[in-house]
Every structure is written in C-alpha cells, then in structure tokens.
Design a protein around this ligand. Structure first.
Ligand code: BTN
Length: 265
C-alpha cells in the first residue's frame, strides 16, 4: 500500500475537517470514493485525496483534467444541518477557503469567478463541486465537497485546447509549491469557514467572498438551462446569489454558467 504523505496533517477528532485523510495513488474520482465511504458511515471531515484521477468530475458533467503527481484532488465529506436548497452556498464557502490556501503560495493573485472557479491572473487554476447525497426520506445525508487545485502543473501538461484558459501556481509564480502545505492550509481554512457558516449563516462570509470576487464591473452572461441573463456584475448578496445590473433593473441569479465578456473561456 502507498505511504500516505497526508497522514502528517490529519488533525482533531472525528467530525473535524481533516481528522482522517484517505490517500490513493489512483482513483476514478475522489467524489466516487468519498460517496462510498459516506455510504459506509464515514464521519464528517473525512477527506479523500488522490495523486491521479482517471475520471475526474467537473460541474455540468464535464471532466476534470487530473494528471498524476502535480496537483491537489480532494473531496471532503460534510454532514451539515441545512436545507438542501442551501447546499450550493457550500461551494462559495469552499471557494473562500481555497482562495485563502492558494494565497499562501500565490499572494495577491487569487480571484473567485462566481460560483466555483478559482482564478490566478484571470485563468482557471481550480474548481469546486458540491454534491448532495440524500437518504431514503430525501433528507440531506451528506455533501461531498470536491476541490481541484492546479499547483505544480507545467504549461506543456495542459491539453492544447485548455492552454489559453487554464493555469497553475507554478505557471504564474515560476516556482513549484509544497502540495502538502497547500492541502494543510486548505483543510484548516475549510474547517474554520465551515464552522463560521454553520454558526452564523452565509451572510457572515459574504464580505470575505467579496474580497476575492473577480467579476465586479464585468459584463457577463449567465446561462441556466434555457434562461439567459446578461448584465454587469455588481457582487453577491447575503445568500450568495449573484447581483447583476441589467437594462431592466437589478436582478439576482442563484445558479448558472457564467461567461465573461472579453475573457476567453
Ligand atoms: C469544476 O470547476 O467544474 C469543478 C471541478 C472539481 C474537481 C475536483 S478534483 C477533486 C474532486 N474529484 C472530482 O472528480 N472532482 C473534484
């Protein structure tokens, strides 16, 4: 069995984020492995990390490019007390934690493209997915928060069709970073931010999100199913919804795929 380099950063008792970190050389997706562990009753805070994913999952059915040995691919099992409708806010909470962790190795360069993309110098360096699992009574049983961060990925390792859109810490800083140290910062910040949202609600974190908000003043189009909304992004509100100024007045958007005018995506 592979030595687990992440065991040294395990912290706390069952229930604390990162109390147990399962490590794999290769998985299909850490989301899949975490779902199986959750089904077996794994405690909140259990994390699955892999060196390589053969079927890494992105949002909207996309694949997540997951080459071995260079990035961080992690899924955290959460068991929050919240209505299903509020689960998408955990994407934003994880986004703040991931931005804080990336900031330790790429200071001043991190931004969040609502709702779930991490940008370094305007290109995507990470993404977040929050998948809710329900029990037989359709009650929320857990949320699998998957975070992918491009850390030591070199430009030539990015598929040609993504090279203009994706980046990594190594590409923007010119230096490799310590992946275990980034993971430690990430799990520590996720624990702290998750505790805050559970205690005080998302409104307490909305200013923090705003510090990293990449879209302010940008002309954007949001597609949610068949609905298209275009306008100038103002910020997010206290529930995590995106606020847009449109020709017919201000509007709130709670979900969707955002494209930004002038940014190649
Ligand atoms: C996105 O931006 O579309 C979300 C990407 C999420 C990728 C991470 S990597 C760890 C976890 N396992 C997966 O299969 N996906 C998430």
């Amino acid at each position: 069995m592979a030595r687990n380099p992440y065991s040294e950063i395990e912290r706390g008792e069952p229930g604390a984020i990162g109390w147990r970190i399962h490590y794999f050389e290769q998985v299909d997706s850490t989301q899949q492995v975490a779902a199986e562990l959750a089904g077996q009753g794994a405690a909140q805070g259990t994390i699955v990390v892999a060196e390589l994913q053969t079927a890494g999952r992105g949002r909207l059915g996309r694949t997540w490019h997951s080459p071995p040995g260079v990035n961080l691919y992690a899924t955290t099992i959460l068991r929050p007390r919240m209505p299903l409708s509020e689960v998408p806010r955990l994407t934003l909470v994880a986004g703040i934690a991931a931005a804080e962790a990336l900031g330790t190795v790429a200071p001043g360069m991190v931004a969040l493209k609502w709702p779930n993309d991490l940008w370094l110098k305007g290109r995507k360096a990470g993404g977040i997915i929050a998948e809710a699992l329900t029990d037989k009574g359709q009650e929320l049983s857990c949320v699998l928060v998957g975070i992918g961060l491009n850390l030591n990925l070199a430009l030539h390792e990015i598929p040609a069709d993504l090279r203009d859109k994706a980046t990594s810490v190594r590409i923007v800083t010119g230096r490799r970073c310590d992946r275990i140290a980034v993971a430690q910062a990430l799990f520590e910040r996720l624990g702290a931010r998750y505790a805050e949202v559970q205690r005080d609600g998302f409104a307490a974190l909305s200013d923090e999100y705003a510090r990293y908000f990449a879209l302010a003043g940008k002309r954007v189009t949001i597609v949610d199913g068949t609905r298209h909304v275009s306008g100038v992004a103002i910020g997010i509100d206290r529930t995590g919804a995106l606020l847009l100024e449109t020709p017919t007045g201000n509007t709130r958007v709670i979900a969707g795929e955002v494209s930004v005018e002038g940014v190649y995506q």
